[in-house]
Design a binder for this molecule. Structure first.
Ligand code: AMP
Ligand code: MG
Length: 470
């Protein structure tokens, strides 16, 4: 067997999914294969063929299925979503003993496709590959990209585009929306089975639904702090795009900020700024409240008691997030000790950066490596902050340089670089895509060779809008 599958999800009752094979494509060709990840999964990378990665051949032991879920999209509940363009091939136990899902994305229609074609075009496949692997290199929990293949088929969006399939690896594809679908249908038995499955996979110490909720609250609070610390904007934090595992999932119109502003939004479909950079912690709480609400029937027969208990668990979010956030931002300004005024010191820097439109990544990096003052266009902005910062470093007795160099990446997946790699890829040149992956694999390493990738976009290169991965 090429892949040693052990498919726990497929053993759940068939209310959880629709068995569905991927739909074969005309001419699969491998664009990228993540060999280290394959080995980590206990798979010989040489055995992974283009046909397998496109869904043309279903590997032995796979039990392909489309998962059912629901979700709040921009605040509106959609009772049934589900994998409309993805197929879960199955699960493996990786070389560390961790259970991992292997999923094809862009693999054809399923019973949950609604009006969609079940396909993906090359752009979002390359984007998810680049950004998810970059997140991993930054040390942030995320789904991974095992492979990208082109299909040799056209996909019809606003124009005719080349089709592609991404192989995604995840701790699981359980979402807040997976709980919502059964809760909204009043299927309490399914909800109970799902909760047991989620506990086994993601919170083995949990004694029941409340502990599971706490585990998810904890992971999401830390995850959002991680995102904030690198200027990441998810873009579509719908409840179907929030993983129970605490991994970043569903890289659609996501983006890393260049110029810092707390209200930054990229997604073309987020006109109200619901998922703006600064709003992400609030939206995470909102989503977690939906999870809590879905779990209520399992918590207590007395609904008021159930609500009170769930709210109590939800209320842990602000402190966990606040602690994780300040720990990240202390490190970003080189602080290795704690003082009460640290939060205000960080906010003082951020508000000056916002006023100057300073590059988020490069300004923090320059605190250790260069002349940070050059990033401030407002007269006296830097000068009114730096002395207090220097005095604070002096009090801790170290310059904090090493701390800053490991907390502040030099290279992030900048939008204009991703767009450039996609455009080249569409015309058949995957050189820029491979180069980008190579550079992003070492985000904390600067060299003259990588300087171009650390440079913010010129005005004409700026990407103002990002689009959903359909
Ligand atoms: P997303 O906003 O990308 O998380 O997707 C939301 C829902 O739309 C999910 O149920 C997807 O499976 C479905 N979907 C997105 N694109 C397609 C497509 N091209 N064909 C079928 N379903 C899709
Ligand atoms: Mg999604």
């Amino acid at each position: 067997m090429t892949i040693r599958f052990d498919n726990s999800y497929a053993r759940l009752p068939d209310t959880f999914y629709a068995r569905q094979a991927p739909v074969p494509v005309a001419q699969p060709e491998v664009v990228a294969l993540n060999r280290p990840l394959a080995r980590e999964l206990g798979i010989d990378p040489e055995a992974l063929t283009a046909g397998m990665l496109a869904g043309n051949e279903v590997p032995e032991g796979a039990e392909p299925l489309a998962q059912l879920y629901a979700g709040h999209q921009f605040g509106n509940f959609v009772p049934q979503l589900g994998d409309g363009r993805a197929i879960l091939l199955g699960e493996v136990l990786d070389t560390n003993g961790n259970r991992r899902d292997i999923q094809l994305k862009g693999s054809g229609r399923t019973p949950f496709s609604r009006g969609g074609d079940g396909r993906a075009w090359l752009g979002p496949v390359l984007r998810e590959y680049v950004v998810s692997e970059a997140m991993h290199a930054l040390g942030i929990p995320t789904t991974r990209a095992l492979a990208a293949v082109t299909t040799g088929e056209d996909v019809y969006r606003e124009t005719v585009l080349p089709g592609a399939v991404l192989t995604r690896v995840a701790a699981s594809h359980l979402r807040v929306g997976t709980f919502q679908v059964f809760a909204s249908r009043g299927q309490t038995d399914a909800l109970r089975d799902l909760t047991a499955h989620a506990i086994a996979r993601h919170a083995p110490d949990a004694q029941g639904p409340l502990d599971l909720l706490s585990a998810v609250v904890d992971r999401q609070a830390r995850l959002i702090a991680d995102w904030m610390s690198v200027g990441f904007i998810h873009g579509v934090m719908n409840t179907d795009n929030m993983a129970i595992s605490g991994e970043t999932i569903d890289y659609g119109p996501c983006a890393f900020m260049d110029a810092y502003h707390p209200n930054t939004v990229f997604s073309s479909i987020d006109q109200m700024g619901r998922y703006a950079y600064q709003n992400q912690p609030n939206m995470a709480v909102w989503n977690l409240a939906q999870l809590a609400s879905a779990l209520l029937p399992l918590i207590d027969d007395d609904q008021d008691a159930a609500i009170e208990a769930a709210e109590d668990r939800l209320h842990a979010f602000p402190d966990i997030f606040g602690d994780a956030w300040i720990a990240k931002f202390r490190a970003k300004i080189g602080l290795t000790t704690e003082e009460a005024g640290d939060g205000a010191l960080v906010q003082g820097l951020l508000s000056r950066m916002a006023a100057s439109g300073a590059d988020f990544t490069n300004t923090f990096r320059a605190l250790a490596t260069g002349d940070a003052s050059a990033h401030f266009t407002e007269d006296g902005a830097w000068e009114s902050w730096a002395p207090e910062w220097r005095a604070r470093l002096e009090r801790q007795g170290s310059d904090g340089r090493d701390t800053m160099l490991t907390a502040n990446p030099a290279i992030i997946p900048r939008n204009h670089r991703i767009e450039e790699a996609i455009q080249a890829g569409v015309s058949g040149d995957f050189g820029p895509f491979h180069k980008l992956n190579e550079v992003l694999a070492k985000p904390f390493t600067e060299s003259p060779e990588t300087e171009d990738f650390a440079t913010p976009p010129r005005p004409e290169e700026r990407v103002m809008r990002t689009f959903c991965g359909t």
